[in-house]
Structure formats: structure tokens, C-alpha cells
Design a protein around this ligand. Structure first.
Ligand code: GLU
Length: 319
């Protein structure tokens, strides 16, 4: 087996990148380049209503502007399966993976409505996500047939009462109980679109990804993903969940934060100045100074990257 690290950046092209997206791309790229690995790009455009191919093209232009290049998966550089990984084109493959999973675990149709799932009396996680109580887990085949005439179900996978333990390269020792952190989760929505968890594991496994660097907001997904890897007899990647960049009032950045959109930032700063700011925010350098991405490669190590979210100063945010 090859020991070359294969890392990836997997953006959702629902608008032009903001600073937080660029930060994730930079950290994933630096880790791969510091280990002489292979960097992949995957376009996560399952949400057809929000994603557009113009955004994908812009995204690749922006990444290259900041010196972040790809060895596989960029639009002119197919991945090792000879294709560019665009998730909206892979539904047949995802459905095969669901078939495989249904031979290994209990995958079942769920007819619950949004209103039932979001019932205020049901247990919720701190981020308000409802924990699925298992309502449809044991429906009889007659009940399933009857309900199917009135409503297309989603598909869920039953989770065991098991705690997943892993060492995150950035956040350290992490434990999460599948049953109490999310319950049985969705593999395919009622509208036929597969879930993020299913698509990401199917693709990372098929692309041979061995290192996943992404924002801390996805830390709670890692346990579900490791569970799917185990069912598929695949080795999970090493995970590094990096801090999020936050607005001065503590909010997470979004594509709506106009002052940090790449359009506005590139009016105020050169690409090298922006890379220098990101390097200083992350803890890689002491003070912001213009840097090329390649100049940061020898400095990179997860030990130097901050663990806690990074609150941007009002002067940077509004400048
Ligand atoms: N597509 C996700 C995003 O843009 C990232 C998924 C991942 O890195 O696992 O937030």
C-alpha cells in the first residue's frame, strides 16, 4: 500500500469563497505539501438549488490566485479514476454504496415529516439538531408498503450504541457516542439526494483520501463517517478539524459576510497579504506579513495551529 498522503479540499460551490473557506483550503494544502503528498479537489454540489458551475470555475481561479494548486480533481486534471469528482454526477455510485451498506447494517425507510422531527419536546443537541428517536426503525413490511403509497421516505441507517474514539490531529483525543450524539442518520433524503455523510465517505474512500483537514464545525460528523468507513471495510482517514474564523461578535463567517468576501478582500489586500493574515491567525507566524503559500510549507505543523476558534478583530473585519 502506498504511504503517500492524499489530502483534499471539498468545497460547496454555492457562492464565491469567503475567508474561512480559503483558510480551510490553505491548511489542507499546506499539510499535504509539507508531507510531499497528493492534493485533490472535489466539488460538493449536491444541493443543486444553491450550487452553480460558474461558482466552481471561480473557485478554482481563486485557489490558483492564492497559489493553491491541485494534483488531481481540478477541472483539467482528472482524479485517479480518470474523472473530475463532481458530486452531482455520482448518484449511481452513491446508490451502490447504499446497497453495500444495507447488506452490513439496518438501513430503513423513514416517513417522519420535518414537523415530527423538529418537535420541540424531542431531545435536541446543543446546536438544535434533533436526535432521531428511532420512530420508523421497526416498521413492518406491510406498514412500509402502505405508507409508501402516500409519501416517499428518506433512508436512515441504524447506529449501534457505540462510542467512536479517534485522535484528531488538531483537536486531540475525541470521543463521540453515535446513539446519543445523533441517533440513526439519513443516507438519502426523500427527494433522492444523498446525504453529506454518505457522499463524503463514499468519495473520500474511492479517491483514496488519507487525510481530511476541514473546519471544526464538522468535528461532530467524524464519528458518523468513521462508522460508515468501518461498515465499508475501508480505513478511515486521519482527521484534523481546524478552528473556525469568527466575526468580531462571535458569529461564524458565512458567504453573506461581504467585508470578507474575496471581492472585497482583494480590493484591500494583495493575495500574499491575505495569506500572511491567515498564517498569523492560525499561529504559523507571529505577525501578519505578505507571504506566498509555498513559503509557509516548511513552517507547517498541526502542533503550531491554534485549536480554539479565531475571533477576527473589528479593524480587520471592517477595514
Ligand atoms: N463541502 C463541505 C463544505 O464546503 C466540506 C466537507 C468536508 O470537508 O468534509 O463545508
Amino acid at each position: 500500500m502506498s504511504h503517500v498522503i492524499r489530502g483534499r479540499f471539498a468545497p460547496t460551490p454555492s457562492g464565491r469563497m469567503h475567508l474561512g473557506n480559503l483558510f480551510s483550503a490553505l491548511m489542507a494544502w499546506l499539510s499535504v505539501r509539507a508531507q510531499d503528498g497528493v492534493m485533490l479537489l472535489r466539488i460538493e454540489d449536491l444541493d443543486r438549488a444553491r450550487c452553480r458551475s460558474e461558482y466552481t470555475e471561480q473557485l478554482i481561479r481563486d485557489l490558483l490566485l492564492f497559489g493553491l494548486d491541485f494534483d488531481e480533481g481540478g477541472l483539467s486534471k482528472p482524479d485517479r479514476m480518470g474523472e473530475t469528482c463532481i458530486q452531482s454526477e455520482r448518484s449511481a455510485y452513491y446508490n451502490e454504496v447504499i446497497q453495500t451498506l444495507s447488506k452490513k447494517a439496518h438501513v430503513y425507510p423513514c416517513f417522519c415529516t420535518r414537523a415530527q422531527l423538529h418537535d420541540v419536546n424531542a431531545p435536541h443537541l446543543s446546536d438544535h439538531t434533533p436526535i432521531y428517536p428511532g420512530t420508523c426503525r421497526h416498521l413492518s413490511s406491510e406498514e412500509i408498503e402502505l405508507r409508501q403509497t402516500a409519501r416517499t421516505p428518506s433512508l436512515r441507517i441504524e447506529v449501534p450504541d457505540k462510542t467512536i474514539v479517534f485522535d484528531d490531529l488538531c483537536q486531540g483525543h475525541t470521543e463521540e457516542s453515535l446513539a446519543s450524539s445523533c441517533g440513526d442518520f439519513v443516507l438519502r433524503r426523500a427527494d433522492g439526494i444523498v446525504s453529506y455523510q454518505l457522499a463524503v465517505v463514499s468519495d473520500d474512500a474511492r479517491m483514496g483520501v488519507s487525510e481530511v483537514v476541514r473546519g471544526r464545525d464538522l468535528l461532530s460528523s467524524a464519528a458518523r463517517q468513521i462508522f460508515l468507513y468501518e461498515l465499508l471495510d475501508e480505513t478511515p482517514p486521519r482527521f484534523a478539524h481546524i478552528p473556525l474564523l469568527l466575526a468580531p461578535d462571535g458569529r461564524r463567517l458565512s458567504k453573506r459576510d461581504q467585508s470578507l468576501s474575496l471581492e472585497s478582500l482583494l480590493i484591500r489586500f494583495s493575495p500574499e497579504e491575505i495569506i500572511g493574515y491567515l498564517a498569523a491567525f492560525s499561529g504559523l507566524i507571529q505577525k501578519p506579513e505578505p507571504m506566498k503559500a509555498t513559503e509557509l510549507i516548511p513552517l507547517f505543523s498541526f502542533d503550531r495551529i491554534k485549536k480554539d476558534d479565531i475571533v477576527l478583530s473589528p479593524s480587520f473585519y471592517h477595514a
